[in-house]
Design a protein around this ligand. Structure first.
Ligand code: AMP
Ligand code: ZN
Length: 138
């Protein structure tokens, strides 16, 4: 028995409002609807976060996120979508089973603010940072 709440959803031990399911991927409504239709997409197999998800499976999870985003635009009337992956506690991850948030956006006053994206650090050595990241990509 896993203590992971999303593994429990995969195993049917706790309920969810299912949006999509195939052999490897499950999508269900987030219990706290940031906007109407806020959906989580997860691999059925447990990986703590995106850092540990094998690439083939990651591709499948992201493809399902895209399909759900498309459905939210065509069916729910969303004008846009935020697709968000929080990774580790410092980045706001509270459930340690890899998941992708698909959050439909209806207007610029829907109370969802991605304030961290407007943070502007100054005086960083961008060439050096780019090189550090680039050289350690496997
Ligand atoms: P994160 O902060 O990225 O780890 O997001 C975890 C998300 O899981 C939050 O938005 C929660 O509202 C959501 N959540 C937690 N428990 C459940 C549950 N039982 N069913 C659906 N969503 C859940
Ligand atoms: Zn899990």
């Amino acid at each position: 028995m896993s203590d992971c709440i999303f593994c429990k959803i995969v195993n049917g031990e706790i309920p969810c409002y299912k949006v999509y399911e195939d052999a490897e991927v499950l999508a269900f409504l987030d219990i706290s609807q940031t906007t109407k239709g806020h959906t989580l997409v997860i691999p059925k197999e447990h990986f703590d976060n995106i850092l540990y998800c094998p690439e083939d499976l990651l591709g499948k999870v992201i493809r399902v996120a895209q399909k759900i985003a498309q459905a939210e635009v065509t069916t729910l009337g969303a004008q846009g979508v935020n697709i968000i992956i929080n990774t580790n506690e410092v980045a706001g991850q509270t459930v340690m089973h890899f998941h992708v948030h698909v959050i439909p956006r209806y207007s610029d006053n829907d109370k969802l603010r991605l304030e961290f994206l407007s943070n502007k650090l100054e005086k960083l050595n961008l060439p050096s940072i780019a090189e550090d990241i680039s050289k350690s990509i496997k």
